[in-house]
Design a protein around this ligand. Structure first.
Ligand SMILES: [Zn+2]
Length: 344
């Protein structure tokens, strides 16, 4: 049986908590003694996927308006998107983005939410039956902490990390291992030199894809923790005040020098949004285009204005954010071509 829509669910690290011991069994890198329900985290993740779908759905409609024959309908959207996708034929580019958003908006899940305590989400019968489909690799699991053991193999007699969620042998130093090691030391998000908010994992080659193994979006456990600590409230008034401040660009110039990144005021909003992060990861999935980060500069406003690469996940996330800011409930904001944020 083939599934028509892409389905997703949660890994136990997103809906259960560790017991008080937090012990790590021998041959494990990650603790695995999940015992208590954690509805707070599960609800936050579910809500974020809901927001991602809403951004995709409304974004597709607004982009459609921007290529309408009636120029009055979608002019604000078109003005806002031109710096991001205006090179070449705006209309063709806009249709391409619209179709990518439309597909994302059809996402279905979380599967197994209402299963009983021993069989919810990825442990539910509903999810297990999807595993029999030959296109289950198009489905995915959201993971809030990598689940890794150490296994020996032909090429790693001393042992290397093994991903228990996708049943995949990893190499030493793989992103998922980095997350677990950083969670132990230094254990604080703000102290990390290199921050991987999330990693999307898929089989490397489409011709060797395992049909019955779902892909994963794994969030850094420390990134999840910082989100939990502030109740997943990314866009606070404080953040908007920083981004719209008259001296925002000036302050960022100093930070740009330090980070060797050309940062603009809108990047404050991009960085603070967990939904932007999730929107980005979706486009790494095979189901939504199997895209790779642009090696010339995947992130931030200035890079994306320059590259306008419609196969770069962060460009799609930035477009979603720009449309959201223009249309959101409460105060609305517009982003100018140089990345300045102003109240609309
Ligand atoms: Zn990426």
């Amino acid at each position: 049986m083939a599934a028509d829509t892409v389905k997703w669910t949660l890994h136990k690290s997103c809906y259960m908590d560790l017991d008080d011991e937090h012990t790590v069994p021998e041959n494990y890198l990650s603790p695995n003694n999940y015992v208590k329900k954690n509805d707070e985290l599960a609800n936050a993740i579910n809500e974020t996927v809901h927001i991602v779908k809403a951004w995709a759905d409304r974004g597709a409609k607004k982009i459609d308006d921007s290529i309408s024959f009636n120029p009055l309908i979608g002019q604000a959207t078109k003005d806002a998107l031109k710096p991001l996708i205006g090179r070449g034929n705006y209309k063709d580019n806009a249709k391409d983005i619209r179709d990518k958003f439309k597909k994302l908006a059809t996402l279905e899940g979380p599967i197994g939410k209402d299963g009983d305590a021993r069989g919810r989400y990825e442990q539910s019968n509903a999810w297990k039956s999807l595993q029999e489909n030959n296109d289950h690799y198009l489905d995915f699991v959201i993971v809030c902490r990598p689940e890794l053991t150490i296994r020996k193999g032909d090429f790693n007699p001393l042992g290397a990390p093994y991903d228990m969620v996708r049943l995949t042998q990893l190499y030493k130093g793989a992103d998922l291992e980095v997350m677990i090691l950083q969670e132990k030391d230094p254990g604080k998000w703000d102290e990390l030199a290199q921050r991987l908010q999330a990693v999307t994992t898929r089989d490397r080659d489409l011709s060797e894809v395992r049909l019955h193994v779902a892909e994963t979006i794994t969030f850094h456990p420390l990134w999840i923790k910082t989100q939990m600590d502030k109740g997943f409230e990314g866009w606070t008034q404080e953040i908007f005040d920083q981004a719209t401040a008259a001296n925002a660009a000036e302050i960022l110039k100093e930070k740009s020098k330090k980070n060797q990144q050309d940062l603009r005021p809108v990047d404050i909003l991009l960085d603070a949004s967990f939904a932007r992060n999730m929107f980005h990861e979706m486009f790494h999935l095979t189901a939504f285009g199997r895209m790779s980060d642009d090696i010339a500069g995947a992130y931030w406003w200035a890079n994306n204005i320059e590259l306008q690469n419609r196969e770069n996940p962060d460009l799609l996330a930035i477009i979603a954010v720009v449309i959201e800011l223009l249309n959101r409930e409460g105060s609305q904001y517009k982003i100018s071509a140089d990345g300045t944020v102003s109240q609309r």
